[in-house]
Design a protein around this ligand. Sequence first.
Ligand SMILES: Cc1cc2nc3c(=O)[nH]c(=O)nc-3n(C[C@H](O)[C@H](O)[C@H](O)COP(=O)(O)O)c2cc1C
Length: 423
Amino acid sequence: MTEPIDERPATDAMRDTVIDGTHETDRLDPRTDAPSRPGSPVTMPPVRLGAIEVPTPVVLSPMAGVTNWPFRVLCEEYGPDGLYVAEMITARALVARNPKALRLCRFAPGERVRSLQLYGVNPAITEQAARIVVDEGMADHVDLNFGCPVPKVTRRGGGSALPWKTDLFTDIIRRVVKVCEPAGIPVTAKIRVGIDHEHETFLEAGRIAQEEGCRAVTLHARTTAEYYGGHSDWDRIGELVEALDVPVFGNGDIWGAEDALEMVRETGCAGVAIGRGCQGRPWLFADIANAFAGSDERVDPTLGEVCAVIERHAMLLTEFYDGDERMAVHDLRKHVAWYLKGFAVGGSTRRAFMECESLDDVRREIGRLDPSMRLPERIKDKPRGRVRFAKKVHLPYGWLDSRETTRQEREALFGDDPMDASY
Ligand SMILES: Cc1cc2nc3c(=O)[nH]c(=O)nc-3n(C[C@H](O)[C@H](O)[C@H](O)COP(=O)(O)O)c2cc1C
């Protein structure tokens, strides 16, 4: 049971509503502990999003600080037929032409589909951001973020808090679709199950998204309260598939190609979206493309091959940061930790990578590694990245009291849109 803590102060109307409590999936084993079962063959037809075809229905799920164009280019090289989404850009930052936001909107020349994700709470600002995307030809596809569980975002009513307010949710989608569709830019929505299990929204949100013209919906089958803990409840993906006519992309806890096949078998989803599973493993998109084509072929790189990817990633990041090697190599650090995960390289080597300040430093550290080393079997296709529950869910004060925003709520919220480029 989760209980909203009602501590409404008479004078301070903007204190947060906070949900605190235990989580239903606390008691469930992580999905990946379940024995893998051989399943029936899966055939995956392409997914069409308006004018855009996604021949292999696999999506790189947007990840802030991860899915900038250098990483997307690496992923797309392994799986040329998927859809690779940039990390979320706040609508207000785009409208304000924040340089960091503009950098995140850049694409590499070879990207097949330029896919942006917008996040906004204010429908008018989000519409303006969509207008910029259209007028300046910035992207071919727009995804809308209604799934972010980060307190900084939900306490402003954004991300996964937003579908609870059906008027705002509908208004944002309606306005963005109205701007994008005539320009041939399909709009999709990414949602969670709800705020918690007492406040589920996914079926209703999916229907609204479909009615308002979204071409697909991606469901990360956790609640905000579950954050990244427990496991993604794939049954909910199956329920959404049943409820909607537009394609549903299932998301959550795909760590290897076999998981992708399993999700499709269990839920009937039209495609899958991959987040943490591809951190440090862009070749997962090749594995999934093979699996969806009925092949057992999988990429099993040696450490030497992984290092070649690290070096290339470093060079692409240097380009991304306009030649600033230091920024590139700092950005690379988290990726290196993921690339090396599971390899028998010592703590001092990992630390040395974390202290690199230039491409030459990275190359020097690469040169010290044993290129023939392989990843132990038990490490492959296992969970990586964030895995914890939310300590508390922060929402705007009184958010759960009604399904529509009051005038006062709108005024309070829209004066408080985040100006930063990302969270
Ligand atoms: C570091 C990180 C950053 C994320 N940033 C975003 C984001 O910008 N937009 C978004 O819709 N989801 C974001 N997500 C959520 C992922 O897209 C995905 O829905 C989630 O990780 C579940 O999928 P997975 O189990 O495959 O990781 C982020 C997740 C992580 C771990």
